[in-house]
Design a protein. Structure first.
Length: 341
């Protein structure tokens, strides 16, 4: 309008004045179409106070023999103990492989329904229906990171950095067999020999299998003997071993009051497929069902629940000396009949 009036040889007001008058007469002046807005994503606040209470899993690429070729490393990590409960290297990233690995890991770790949360980012395999339905069948709650927020999945990211910063990590893998052999040696070292600074310089296996307190007491005795021999070497105080972990957080709340009120959510299912957090009692705070308390049942703060479906996982278990899930998957789309890590 302003330009049209100028072409006609008239000037009434500036562009800003015209918009101001229109806004005063007709309300706000804006885009005529409603713009799509995404709902805000809640920050996941997850707490693990013992092994097999909170798992984190992710997929990372390993460079292949040529440019633009890679292999996909799937890793499931126990957040409290940092123990790798399952891993596999495959040619592609698919929901079926993730479903098979998660199913075998939960079976080997003997996960009971309603006791485990599985956290992941928002990748296609992580949000796929096969994985969601499998976890619903197993009574496992699943949670996801916020979009483009890598700090919501810090334990898996840190574990991949430990892998790729090893001195023997190659620039490229010549074959998928070489990548599986390397990962087999790495995860054996990581679980049973790597002294992790985040868990009191214990190995993940010691924390995961309940041997940490015995090792901690042994370290304390060694330090007491060293102090008794030469106390002048320890000026501030007698030496003490690093404290054992008591809790592991994903996005710990800023205040201790809020943090003390958060407990890891569990899920119980009825015949309609709906989910509700069970009421906790002093007998068994993780498995006791909700009683008739008369209070309103609020939805879970974290996690997504799905109806129960029957699933069939085509997985052939392979013997292993440890409890880490190492998968053998048969698929008609595979390059070979047997994908053995």
């Amino acid at each position: 309008m302003w330009a049209t009036l100028l072409d006609e040889g008239r000037y009434l007001a500036s562009e800003r004045t015209m918009y101001r008058l229109l806004e005063a007469a007709h309300g706000s002046v804006r885009e005529r179409r409603n713009q799509l807005t995404h709902p805000p994503y809640a920050k996941p606040e997850l707490l693990a106070e013992r092994p097999n209470e909170l798992w984190s899993w992710d997929i990372s690429k390993l460079r292949g023999p040529a440019k633009w070729t890679c292999f996909y490393l799937y890793v499931i990590l126990d957040v409290f103990s940092r123990y790798a409960v399952g891993w596999t290297v495959q040619h592609r990233e698919t929901a079926e492989i993730a479903k098979a690995l998660l199913g075998q890991a939960t079976e080997q770790q003997q996960i009971r329904p309603g006791t485990l949360i599985v956290h992941a980012d928002r990748g296609s395999a992580m949000r796929s229906k096969p994985v969601a339905f499998l976890l619903a069948d197993l009574g496992v709650t699943k949670t996801h990171s916020r979009p483009y927020t890598s700090t919501d999945n810090p334990y898996s990211e840190a574990q991949f950095k430990t892998l790729k910063y090893r001195p023997e990590f190659p620039a490229r893998f010549d074959s998928i067999g070489q990548s599986r052999a390397f990962c087999r040696e790495f995860f054996d070292w990581y679980n049973h020999q790597h002294r992790h600074s985040g868990i009191g310089l214990m190995t993940p296996a010691a924390i995961h299998h309940g041997r940490a307190q015995q090792l901690h007491d042994r370290r304390a005795r060694v330090l007491d003997q060293a102090y008794a021999r030469t106390p002048e070497r320890f000026v501030p105080r007698p030496p003490r071993p690093p404290a054992l972990p008591t809790a592991a957080w994903i996005n710990k709340p800023t205040t201790e009051e809020v943090a003390s009120q958060i407990r890891t959510p569990t899920v119980s299912f009825d015949l309609t497929g709906s989910a509700r957090p069970p009421h906790r009692t002093s007998k068994d705070p993780w498995l006791e069902p909700r009683g008739p308390s008369g209070r309103e049942e609020r939805p879970l703060r974290r996690g997504t629940c799905y109806p129960l479906l029957s699933t069939v996982t085509n997985v052939q278990s392979c013997p292993a000396g440890s409890r880490t899930a190492s998968m053998v998957l048969r698929s008609p789309n595979a390059r070979s009949a047997n994908w053995a890590p």
